[in-house]
Each structure stands twice: as structure tokens, then as C-alpha cells.
Design a protein around this ligand. Sequence first.
Ligand code: HEM
Length: 510
Amino acid sequence: MRRTMTEDGQPQVTITHTLSALHVQVSFETGNGVLKEAMDKETLMDVLPWFVVGAVIVITFIVEWFSRVAAIKRRYQVPGLNRESIKEGNLPRMVAAGSVHAFLEQLHAQFGPVASFWWGPRYCVSVCEQGAFEQYIFGVEHKPADIYQPLEHVFGSDCVFFTPESDVVARRNIYNISFYNQTSLERHFRCFQRVADEMLETLKHVTEDDHVATSDVMSSYAMKAVLYSLCGDTTLPDSDIRFLQQTSASICSLIEEMLLKPTSEERSALIRTEQEKIRDLLGDVVSDRKDHSPEADDKLFIDHVIDGEVPLSDLITYLLLGCYKTSNLLSWAVYYLCRHTDVQSKLHEEIQTILGDEHMTLASIPRLEYMQQVLNETMRRSALVPWTARVKAGPCLLGGYKVPGQTPVILALGIAGRNPEVFCEPEKFDPDRFSIENTQLQKPLSFVPFGFPGNRKCPADLFSFAHASVALVTILRNFRIKMVTEQDVKPMHGFVTIPSEEIWLTLLKR
Ligand code: HEM
């Protein structure tokens, strides 16, 4: 390095550096900060290859660095589908799969138990295993309103599915009074028995040559039982009850379609008309009930609506959804009992042994252990309610992956019920999987047909067991049931899984 002065008096530094064959001479004019390179042509040609090598090394380093950062990011990103378009996400694939459940089956088969996809423009994660359920679910009590948005058309924007987080506990306390309180359960039970006796009177007139449509019998029983349990004895004529029963099936079966495709104006108008009719009808039931003031500790669900503790939309939800779920649970149970005559005989034997000629009571239900096994296996095998969903405000780790805050997480209950590591030969209908000994071998949350412990679990689990048990005891005590012809009924998965065709029965008197 040499310090000199330029002609115009500026200080100048000259660096001469020798690198084996390379000879570079660079001059800096330091006074005005301007860099001046002095390099003769020959030297440039000597230097160029070194610049190229250097540049390649630097670029390789940068690329490698970026790809490592991306790989680390990817390692933490939930594996899954890229979206097919910004607006539709993976909806075309979901539609092609035929149902949300079938789509989730494909997704998890490809990407494992924690997988991501795009529900329209919304990034979602789905989980289908006990371990992931356990990691995610505790304390998560909010439902993703945008996923459930079609239910707004069907049940109303203030129904239980859209409960604001701040109201979850207060509303749940009301549901608990209606569904878990001992007095309420006793009253529900009496209702079920009364409606089941009515059903029996009708069935007694059926001859062995008649073909009985299972869905008709079950949905009529389910609607009357839910209606009277929630609203007390109403003066609604049979034609209105039949309207509610049919609307429950028609409207609930549309939910899946609306989850997969934007609702057409025509369809929305149809649903609006049906909803208005239901609101009018239940509005009349509410007015009638207002004349009857119950004791404070003897309120029915409808009385909580009258007192403004829960909205009318909740009554509509519980009525339509409750009827739809229980009637399909019963249809599937009857179907499996017809296909597995050994199970039907064993269940009948249990009823005879435990109840003899006695009347059934609420207290009999836990004693009917095999009945509970049959109902559990029916829900598992049919994937009756195939999924539910939750959303957490903040980010979380799930199966070692990072899930951003506000991501809807689908809990694929139906797929968990088919996990061969928990349920060997999952296609087989085998109520013994749920014997006390076998259940003890299952980890908690391996089988969750009613959802997860906490304030968003199905409030009607005990109600449904009692509801379904009363119907099956009444039928099996009086008849041997068989299908008119051996039908192989496929499931039609939706918000609730229903039989894809009518199940035709013959009733043989005992
Ligand atoms: C028949 C068998 C039934 C099954 C398998 C079933 C299953 C389920 C499941 C899986 C959930 C979601 C729970 C969660 O997210 O953790 C749920 C929620 C719900 N179920 Fe049921 N259910 C049944 C019967 C009923 C009945 C009879 C009623 C009404 C009388 C009912 C009313 C509801 C309501 C209102 C919710 C929403 C609760 C909330 O979001 O807070 N269910 N059910």
C-alpha cells in the first residue's frame, strides 16, 4: 500500500497485491469518495475466471441456505394438498370424492394422520388419530363459523353452532339441565316409552307379508320422541309432526351438498321457505306452552327458549338434527341386526334375562350392556357422525407440525373408528369390540362418536342411548326382524351418514 497525492492535490492510496499468477493494481481516490478501478485489459482477463468461480461459490451458498431454510420450514409445515385455485381450493376434489368423509379418507391415506387441504379459500388441517386428538382438543371449544356457514341457512345464524366464545359455558349449562339432569332424563325416558308403545300399536297390525320401510318407522318414532321431550305434549296435529319429520330429513341431507358447493339462489329460497314454516310452527308451540308455567326446577327445553336463555334456532337445531341422527342410528342398528342374526339373538336374550316381563326403566339402560355394545358398534361401523371441527385462536404444534392460529381443524371421527390398529378388521360388524374388557384396552379418545369431553361434546349422548334403546327393546321383545330380501346397503356419507337405500323389513311376531 502506497500513499501519494494526485495531480489536483487529492490524497491517493495504491494497493498492490500479488496472488501467485494474479497481479491486481487498484487505486482509490479517497478524498471525494469515488472509487476508481485501474485495471489493464490483460489483468482483467486474468481476474475474470476467479470472479466467476467466486460468484458461483457465493450463489451456491445462497441457494443452499435458502433451500435449507425452506426445508426446515417444510419440515414443520403440515403435509397436504396444494390448492387447485385460490377461490375453490380443493373443493373440486372434495366434490369428486362424493363427500367430506370420503375426501378425508383419501387425504389421510396419502398424507398420514395429520394432513392439510384447502376448503375453498380456507386453509384447513384434518386429524384422524387418537394421539393427534389428544394433542389438540383439550380446552378448544370454538367451532369455525366459516366451515359451518351452511348451517346458518338451515338452523339460523344464532343457533348453537355459532355460539360466541363468551357464551359457550352459559349456553352449555342450559343444555346440560335439559339433557343430563336426572329429572329431565327420567321425563325424556317416559316420553320415549310412550311413543314406543304407540309405535308398537301400529306395528302390531303389520302382517308377516307386509314390507315395512325402516326409515318411516324410525323417523316417526324419533321426531315424536324428540318433540315431546323438548316441548312437552303439544297440540300439533299429526300432519304437522309429519311435516317436521320429513323436513328434518330433507333439510339435514342438504347440509353436505351445501358444504361442498355454493348454495344456488333457488335452493336458498327453498330452504328459507321451509325454515320460515318451521319457525311459524314452533312459534305456535311456544305460544301454547306460555300458558303453562312450569316449576323452576322442572323446565323443558322450550321453557328456556321462552325465558330467552337460548334462541328459538336452538330448538329447531335440536329437533331437526336430533330426529335425523337418532332415526338413522336406529335404521343402521336394525340393518346390522338383520344381517347378523347371531347378534340379534344375543341382544334379545339379554333383554329377556335383564328385563324379563318387567317394564323397562331409565335404570335398566346401564344394565343392558350388550345393547350399548351394539349401539357403539353401529355408530363406529356406519361412521354415523363422520367429523366435527374446532378452531384455536393461536398457533399450535400438531404431530410435530406447526398449525397457524385460526386454522379450522377437522376431527375425522369416522376415520378414527376405522383405524385397524385399534379396531382389527374394521369392516366387520362386531359388538364384542366394545365389551368392558376390550374397551379397557383402548386408549382414551380412540372412539369418540359423540365428540370430545368438554363444553362442545354432543349434549345428547345419554339421551340418544336411552332414545335408541327404548325403541330396540320394544321392537325386539315383540318381533324377530329380517330383511325382505338380503340387501347390501351402502353408506351415504354426509353431515350424518345415512343408508343409501330404503331398508325393507319383515316383522315376525315372537
Ligand atoms: C344419535 C347419535 C348422535 C351422535 C353420534 C351425535 C354426535 C355428535 C357429535 C360428534 C357432535 C360434535 C361434538 C364435538 O364437536 O365434540 C355432536 C354435536 C351436537 N349434537 Fe349430537 N349426536 C347424536 C345425537 C344427537 C341428538 C339426539 C341431538 C339432539 C337432540 C344432538 C344434538 C347435537 C348438538 C346440538 C350438537 C352441537 C353441540 C355444540 O356445538 O355445542 N345430537 N353430536
